[in-house]
Design a protein around this ligand. Structure first.
Ligand SMILES: C[S@+](CC[C@H](N)C(=O)[O-])C[C@H]1O[C@@H](n2cnc3c(N)ncnc32)[C@H](O)[C@@H]1O
Length: 343
């Protein structure tokens, strides 16, 4: 942990591949655990809990989460982890499995303790240079952007894709997927206390995690999800939810002074949107943050951000800023920030 406090804001990378054997259809899910551990060792985190289903494997990490699909991998890490060190290793492992990387998306908010971040996370510029040096040259359609807000929190996005597969990727986007990433700070103190373990509770990380999932209301966000949860000692909480081929994930740093919680989920733009808006509404109620940002990534033209704002505003949150940008193959990213009306 940094001398100052724990950095809750996560770094997130998503790598997309092609070349999966249609017979097994397992792709990256066949990567052995030893190799995954090597990747995580480079990033400086470990697996604390894991569960998979028919569609993907999910891992709760000592610093956030990892999701492995046949042709997609998503790693989200917080603290002072060196997430980008995973890129070269993953691309190389994938080659040995007959898979080729064709897309990369890196996103993060603004760190609370930027000076505690190690290379290559010392600045966004450094991160972009590092990504460009470690991704294959074939990912030539690139764009890096810092999306501003009225507060000190900004949204950093780097996107790269292979020109040859851009059409395929755009088709895949067109068929559907959105990602919603919420970052909450200055959590309600009473609610944040629920993410502290009781002294000598006689539980382990898994059983204490289960208890927190129920006691905090996180279990009610999506009752259909299979949940893999973990409570850290003396405080902190992480969970992955699996609902068919969709994941959701929650991470909590409850310490006063740098409290932070995040929620992320994926889905199809053709799903029932009311369900998503209900999830968002329930999650924000679990934390009642003073400040919140939401980044919505989806195929251009779907305007999911409108409903996202409508779900959050009735919870005593006022929209402070909105920024939008377009990225090759990834579609449109809309970054919205909100502040509690009570502040
Ligand atoms: C890993 S969790 C959740 C991460 C998430 N990105 C976040 O900060 O919201 C981080 C919380 O767990 C606490 N924690 C306790 N032991 C930890 C450990 N061994 N590794 C990482 N975090 C730990 C931290 O102090 C912090 O409150």
């Amino acid at each position: 942990m940094a001398v100052s406090g724990f950095e809750g804001f996560e770094k997130r990378i998503e790598l997309q591949f092609y070349g999966d054997d249609p017979v097994t259809g397992k792709g990256l899910r066949l990567l052995d655990f030893f190799s995954l551990e090597k990747v995580l060792h480079a990033v400086q985190c470990t697996v604390v809990s894991a569960v998979g289903n028919k569609y993907f494997d999910s891992y709760v990490l000592s610093e956030s989460s990892l999701f492995v699909y046949p042709t997609k991998i998503i790693i989200k890490t917080c603290g002072t982890t060196q997430l980008l060190k995973s890129v070269r290793l993953l691309v190389d492992y994938a080659i040995t499995m007959g898979l080729t990387v064709c897309g990369c998306r890196y996103t993060r908010g603004s760190f609370i303790f930027p000076h505690a971040q190690p290379y290559p996370h010392t600045s966004f510029k450094e991160e972009v240079v590092y990504l460009e040096e470690n991704l294959p040259k074939s990912l030539s359609c690139k764009k890096a952007s810092v999306m501003n807000s009225k507060s000190c929190y900004k949204w950093h996005v780097f996107n790269a894709c292979d020109e040859e597969h851009m059409v395929v990727m755009e088709d895949m986007q067109a068929d559907d997927l959105y990602t919603v990433e919420i970052c909450m700070t200055e959590l309600d103190r009473v609610l944040a206390k629920k993410f502290f373990r009781r002294f000598n509770d006689g539980k382990n990380g898994d059983s204490a995690g289960k208890e927190m999932t129920e006691a905090t209301g996180i279990r009610d966000v999506n009752r259909n999800a299979l949940i893999c949860d973990y409570a850290f000692d003396p405080c902190g909480y992480s969970m992955n939810g699996l609902d068919g081929n969709r994941y959701s994930t929650v991470h909590v740093t409850p310490e006063d002074g740098f409290s932070y919680a995040s929620f992320e989920c994926v889905g199809s733009v053709y799903d029932d949107r009311e369900e998503l808006f209900e999830f968002l509404n329930k999650v924000v109620k679990v934390f009642k943050p003073a400040a919140l940002s939401v980044s919505t990534t989806c195929p251009s033209g779907h305007e999911m951000w409108r409903g996202v704002a409508k779900a959050i505003e009735p919870l005593g949150m006022r929209l402070r800023s909105r920024a939008a940008d377009e990225f090759p193959a990834a579609g449109s990213v809309v970054f919205q920030t909100f502040a509690s009306r009570q502040k």
